[in-house]
Design a protein around this ligand. Sequence first.
Ligand code: NAP
Length: 243
Amino acid sequence: MNRVVIVTGGGRGIGAATAKLLAAKGYSVCVNFRQNADRAASTVSAITTSGGNAFAFQADVSVESEVRSLFKAAQSRFGLVTHLVNNAGVLFAQSPLGQVSAERFRKILSSNVMSCFLCCREFINQAGKLAAIVNVSSAASRTGAPFEYVDYAASKGAMDSLTKGLSLELAARGIRVNSVRPGFIHTEMHGDGGEPDRVERLSPQIPMGRGGTPEEVAESIAWLLSEDASYVTGSFIDIAGGK
Ligand code: NAP
């Protein structure tokens, strides 16, 4: 089977680790990015240097027309898109919910939920059998992230409902939809939230005593996409060191 995957937000962090791992497992990978072309190019270069197939494509996945272009580009390069990782997401500065503007809340929902919906819809309207989706949610959907990112947590909660509902709609077609919920993972996203060393600060509160790596998250994503998980759908894997 020709396995073709789109990894949204594949230029850095969890997306880049996932793109590299999937390429090493034989997938042809479309590395989507929004603005950071250099980082996406280095993900692609790491893959092709190791003998894999990949290309980078710029698209803001919260915009319908750009999602269409993304899928068209992946299809014309590699053929039917068989797998999808909805990884793109944003986080804004830590703030209690009472000080969050309506504009910020709208942006969070658009970047984290609308993007997931648009990519899932585009995917399922062209997918064959044996296709699979993994949505990258967050432990925040369970904890609510009080005083820091309730808006972000709410967006991930919406993503979880989408995962559950869509998995049930698609189960009889053989298309599996699952989710990973990472906890504190060492990536640059925490800098966007205003605290680059957040994972180190919170490590003592994590039962395993440390933050996770993007590669550890990528392993679970790759398993959920694979035929090794052929009877798994509508499921959530918490990758949070016991938190
Ligand atoms: P990251 O390093 O900030 O990477 C996020 C990527 O998403 C960036 O490459 C960015 O691309 C891309 N992106 C954002 N909005 C986009 C859009 N509208 N269209 C296309 N690409 C977009 O973050 P990360 O930590 O790897 O996080 C990846 C996912 O894991 C996110 O969904 C995040 O919520 C989730 N997560 C992370 C953690 C953690 O502790 N790190 C914990 C739980 C869940 P550009 O750079 O090109 O803008």
